[in-house]
Design a protein around this ligand. Structure first.
Ligand code: ATP
Ligand code: MG
Length: 739
């Protein structure tokens, strides 16, 4: 295997660079991610570095999985032992190993955004602060900001009255987290940094272990991440970072592209390597993107150069719809035409937007056209009530101190433990300085002998019963395979009966639970902790599916690092992109520009820029003006699509009338269609349980189950050769041999 084949000379230089700090700075599509992957292969295969001495940090879990698969394919060996994952996943792993240095145990849980908000609320309440004056979200983001800048609760700077309040909430919030044996996302990073910072012996141990550290998307690291990298990188300084300052788009999460400058200052011996050749896009796409980004100040200009064999490519299409309904309709029509003309397959297309809320009209338009699509976003599945309930049960089994999960399920399904009983439980726990979960377990164990028995009044037997259930599950954690434990918990609380209320939605809810159960099977060996951790760290971008037949709908943020032959960027109106919030802040405006730049540079062949002359804002149509970023694209690179608003001419009043009429007509249609359509993209199901099928590689098998998942028919098959497999019907070339 030739690791250096298919790399240009600069890429080769980066892959084979000697030890010490290396910084690869280069524009989009220049092969940074490829270089990082090949460098790992090079270290293992040519330099004899054992995989376990390598730490590679990717921006998403999905990118980590892909990198691992690619490495194992090209090296034809397992890279097990290598640490490969996001900063958060790597930190969680470190924290679980080092509990003797930490204020929580290794079975800590990771609180998601909702959990965090409810804990902030609880902290505000404990401190008798009014949520109206101190909005939980804004207090939370102040705390998160502090954490990302290495500021611990004790060090929170006092200044204004508000700062003092935030400092107190921060303190209380941390106490509550610890009482729940929980950490939030920011804590994963902060505690790891503190662990390394305060304990030279631990630090040295990791420094010795990781002979090579590699980081992708370096421009989106924040201060904690950067500081942590510095601590883990030992005296050898073998830190290899790749990035592009123009693609830094996570400022709101504390990302700071100036880390690139810090890197150069902190490691004067750094080898800087520039990659100049873009392999992804046509020159027209690159010229447009470059014109947009060149308006940003304080950056190093770089020229984006496409592969000569690609030619200039098509101009970028611009379409101005009458309103946002028309915008969505244009996207769907155009996708259908591209497919009909064999210019693209559904899966080649990405439709991008600034905020998640913009997906709704697009989804409706796809539904109305009967076209499958894929929506990227973890929330859709993991945000569902039934999924959160089940996860809360499992989290409680792993960690009975978890107050947030306990509050969620103590009376779900209803078991007679009402508000009053819950309050009594809390008071009893507080009085004894233990967690509510502990009180339950002790009631179960000690029965009437328990000092808590008297205190808890009439509901005590119900509480003790719940404690008995919990104790029973906990006794099984290390004994019972995860899927069985999963079933047992749900059976004992009668969860199926609870969610299946006879309605179609009820059946859907139970199916979702089954979907989660299927995932639990994948964690049979690694167990409950790994399962829960994976769930906690799943991000939007992890839900992008490979080899999809259908167009992908995703935010510009989620599109980072990806590439698609055809890209639509919708909502190119001032106030949408750039976003309203950024209009009077130059730094924010620069970030919005980078976001647009990231979107444009995802495209290999075609770009459609779409906007609407009017938008429905809270039920009213409001005029909107074209995004200022469009003005920066030279006219010769743009072509206006026929049928748009401007192309039609007519006076303003006439346009207005026409617009209103059209959108009303459209909305009526959409409304009617939405009422008729089932809640999933319409596609035909071909396989039924019991059918015999043949697969090109796995030969014959029998269909166990078939269902539509995210717009594709997904079939579970038992193959004689390889056992149970789940395949997507449209991709797997399954042949039916017996109905
Ligand atoms: P981004 O900044 O968007 O993350 P990147 O710099 O990481 O982009 P890659 O994703 O690694 O770029 O590469 C972009 C595309 O170019 C990929 O399809 C990759 O396979 C291809 N590519 C990279 N280098 C080469 C090369 N030397 N020869 C052919 N194709 C290449
Ligand atoms: Mg990349």
């Amino acid at each position: 295997m030739d690791i250096l084949a298919n790399l240009n000379p600069q890429q080769q230089q980066a892959v084979t660079a000697g030890g010490g700090p290396v910084l690869v700075l280069a524009g989009p599509g220049s092969g940074k991610t490829r270089v990082l992957t090949q460098r790992v292969a090079y270290l293992i295969n040519r330099m004899g570095v054992p995989p376990y001495r390598i730490l590679a940090v990717t921006f998403t879990n999905k990118a980590a999985r892909e990198m691992q698969a690619r490495l194992e394919r090209s090296l034809e060996q397992s890279v097990q032992g290598m640490w490969l994952g996001t900063f958060h996943a790597v930190c969680a792993r470190i924290l679980r190993r080092e509990q003797q240095y930490l204020p929580f145990t290794s079975s800590f849980v990771i609180f998601d955004d909702d959990d965090q908000t409810s804990l902030i609320r609880r902290a505000l309440k404990d401190l008798k602060l009014d949520e109206k004056s101190f909005r939980p979200n804004s207090v939370h983001s102040a705390i998160s900001n502090a954490k990302n800048n290495l500021i611990l609760a004790d060090d929170y700077p006092a200044g204004t009255y508000r700062d003092e309040v935030v400092a107190r909430v921060y303190q209380r919030y941390q106490e509550l987290l610890l009482a729940s044996n929980a950490v939030d996302f920011d804590d994963l990073l902060l505690y790891t940094w503190k662990l390394m910072n305060d304990n030279p012996n631990v630090r040295e141990q990791y420094q010795q272990r990781f002979e090579h550290i590699l980081v992708d998307e370096f421009q989106d690291t924040n201060l904690v991440q950067y500081s942590l990298l510095r601590l883990i990188t030992g005296a050898h300084g073998n830190l290899f970072a790749v990035g592009d300052e123009d693609q830094s788009i996570y400022r709101w999460r504390g990302a700071d592209y100036r880390n690139v400058l810090r890197f150069e200052e902190d490691y004067p011996a750094v080898q800087k390597i520039l990659l100049e050749q873009n392999y992804r896009s046509t020159q027209n796409v690159l010229d447009a993107a470059q014109a947009v980004i060149d308006k940003n100040r304080y950056r190093t200009r770089k020229k984006l150069k496409s592969m000569p064999d690609k030619g200039a490519g098509e101009r970028l299409s611009l379409y101005e719809a009458v309103d946002d309904y028309g915008e969505a309709a244009f996207v769907v029509d155009t996708v259908q035409q591209l497919i009909a003309r064999h210019q693209a397959k559904g899966g080649d297309v990405a439709v991008m937007y600034r905020t998640n809320a913009q997906s709704r009209l697009l989804e409706e338009a796809f539904l109305r056209a009967g076209m499958p699509y894929r929506l990227v976003g973890a929330q859709r599945f993991y945000g569902r009530k039934e999924i959160k309930d089940v996860i809360a049960y499992l989290r409680l089994v792993q960690n009975p101190f978890d107050e947030v999960s306990l509050a969620r399920v103590i009376n779900v399904p209803a078991r007679g433990i009402g508000d009053k009983a819950q309050l009594n439980l809390q008071l009893a726990a507080q009085g004894a300085g233990v967690s509510a979960g502990e009180v339950l377990l002790r009631l179960a164990q000690e029965g009437k002998q328990s000092p808590f028995w008297e205190q808890l009044g009439r509901s005590v037997t119900l509480l003790a019963d719940f404690g008995t259930l919990l104790a029973g599950w906990r006794a099984q954690v290390d004994v019972m395979p995860l899927p069985n434990l999963f079933d047992r918990v749900l059976e004992e609380v009668n969860y199926e009966y609870f969610v299946k209320d006879g309605s179609e939605e009820g059946d859907g809810r139970w199916e979702n639970v089954q979907e989660l159960r299927r995932l639990a099977f994948e964690y049979e060996e690694r167990g409950l902790t790994a399962f829960l951790e994976n769930l906690a760290l799943v991000s939007d971008q992890d839900t992008v599916q490979e080899g999809a037949e259908a167009p992908t709908l995703l935010t510009l943020h989620a599109a980072k690092g990806l590439e698609f032959p055809v890209v639509f960027i919708t909502g190119l109106d001032d106030g949408v992109l750039p976003h309203n919030r950024s209009l009077d802040d130059p730094e924010e405006m620069a970030e919005e520009r980078r976001l647009f730049y990231v979107g444009l540079t995802r495209a290999k062949l075609r770009v459609y820029l779409v906007r609407a002359a009017q938008r429905n804002v809270y039920g009213n149509f409001q005029d909107s003006i074209a995004s200022r970023f469009l003005d920066d694209i030279p006219a010769n690179l743009l072509q206006e699509q026929a049928g748009g608003f401007r192309a039609r001419g007519g006076g303003r009043a006439q346009k207005q009338a026409q617009a209103t009429w059209e959108s009303r007509a459209l909305r009526t249609q959409i409304g009617a269609a939405a009422r008729q359509q089932p809640a999933a993209p319409v596609i035909q199901q071909q396989f039924r349980p019991g059918m015999r099928v043949r697969h090109p590689a796995w030969e014959e098998g029998i269909v166990l189950e078939s269902k539509i998942l995210d717009g594709d028919e997904t079939v579970d098959v038992f193959f004689e050769s390889v056992g149970f497999k789940r395949v997507v019907a449209s991709l797997a070339k399954l042949e039916i041999i017996k109905k």
